[in-house]
Ligand binder design. Structure first.
Ligand code: KMH
Ligand code: ZN
Length: 277
C-alpha cells in the first residue's frame, strides 16, 4: 500500500453560483490565492474550472491559458484543467481546453445523469480526448461516475493504448444524483473492478455533498488518494458552510496523517502520475 496520499483540490466547479456560495473562488486572483493556501496545507494537484466576469462557467481559451500560466508561476501545483466543463458546454469547446496546455486534464469515461441534467460523454468524444491528450503530452485523470465507466476505460486502453506518461490514474466521483452512491460499499466495488486495468493503476475518490467524509475515509483505508474542494462539497458540517477550500484540504490532510499516509509532495505526485516536470 502506498505510504503517502495524493490530495487534489477542486476549488470551484461549474455548478455553484457565487451568489449562493460567496466563498467560491471565481476570479483569477481568488483562484491563485486559493491555490497557494491549498498547496501550503497539502494539496499537490488542482482541478480547475474557471468563470467569466459575471462568475458564470466559461471555457474561454484565453482565460484558460492565463489561468494555467498564473497557477504555474505562483504555485508548484500540478494544473489539471476540467474538460468536463458545465453540462451545457459543446464538445468542441471541451476539446479546445487542451490547447491551454495544462499538465493534466479530466476525461470522463461515460454519460451520466447529473441531477436534472445529463452529462454527455459519447464514446467517440472520449477517444478524441484520450488521443489528443496523448499527442499533446497531457496526463489524463479518468473520471468515473459509475461502474460501467471502468469497463469503458478498459476498452479504451485495450483499443487505443496507454495515456501519455504510461500511468493510469482514475478518480471516483461518487454521490452525484444519477451516478453511483457515495458509500464505502461503492468504493470497495470500484476498487475491486480496477483488477482489469493495468496493475499499477492508482485511484483517488471524492464524495459529493454529505458523502464527502464516508468516501474520504473509505478511500484512505483502501489505499486510495483523495480529492476535496468546493466543486464537490459546500457544507463542512451540518449547518456549517465551508469557509474555504484550504479548510477542506487541511481536514483531508489531517485524516491522511492519522492514517499514517501523510500528504504527498508535488514532486512525488509528478513522478507518480507521469506528469512532465
Ligand atoms: N461539471 C460537470 C458537468 C470534470 O470536471 O471533468 C463535469 C465535471 C467533470 O465537473
Ligand atoms: Zn470538475
Amino acid at each position: 500500500m502506498t505510504t503517502t496520499t495524493l490530495i487534489t483540490v477542486a476549488p470551484t466547479g461549474a455548478e455553484s453560483s457565487k451568489t449562493d456560495v460567496p466563498a467560491l473562488p471565481v476570479t483569477l486572483d481568488e483562484l491563485v490565492a486559493t491555490a497557494k493556501e491549498c498547496e501550503a496545507v497539502g494539496a499537490s494537484v488542482i482541478h480547475v474550472h474557471i468563470r467569466d466576469d459575471d462568475a458564470r462557467p466559461t471555457l474561454d481559451l484565453g482565460r484558460l491559458r492565463d489561468t494555467v500560466d498564473a497557477l504555474r508561476s505562483e504555485t508548484g501545483l500540478i494544473v489539471q484543467l476540467s474538460s468536463g466543463g458545465a453540462v451545457t458546454d459543446p464538445e468542441a469547446d471541451r476539446l479546445r481546453v487542451l490547447e491551454a496546455a495544462p499538465d493534466m486534464a479530466s476525461c470522463t469515461m461515460g454519460t451520466v445523469n447529473f441531477g436534472d441534467d445529463v452529462f454527455l460523454n459519447r464514446w467517440e468524444f472520449i477517444v478524441e480526448l484520450h488521443e489528443s491528450m496523448r499527442d499533446r503530452g497531457i496526463v489524463p485523470e479518468y473520471e468515473i461516475f459509475d461502474l460501467g465507466h471502468l469497463t469503458s476505460l478498459q476498452r479504451l486502453l485495450d483499443r487505443h493504448g496507454l495515456p501519455f506518461g504510461g500511468h493510469v490514474h482514475v478518480d471516483f466521483v461518487l454521490g452525484v444524483p444519477g451516478g453511483a452512491a457515495g458509500t464505502t460499499e461503492t468504493l470497495v466495488a470500484f476498487k475491486h473492478a480496477l483488477r482489469d486495468l493495468p496493475e499499477d493503476t492508482t485511484f483517488s475518490a471524492t464524495g459529493i455533498g454529505r458523502s464527502t467524509l464516508p468516501v474520504l475515509m473509505a478511500s484512505l483505508s483502501a489505499g486510495g488518494h483523495l480529492r476535496v474542494g468546493m466543486e464537490d462539497t459546500i457544507t463542512y458540517a451540518k449547518g456549517q458552510p465551508v469557509e474555504s477550500n484550504a479548510q477542506l484540504v487541511a481536514r483531508a490532510a489531517g485524516f491522511a496523517r492519522l492514517a499514517q499516509r501523510p500528504p504527498m509532495s508535488v514532486a512525488e505526485a509528478r513522478a507518480l502520475l507521469g506528469v512532465k516536470s
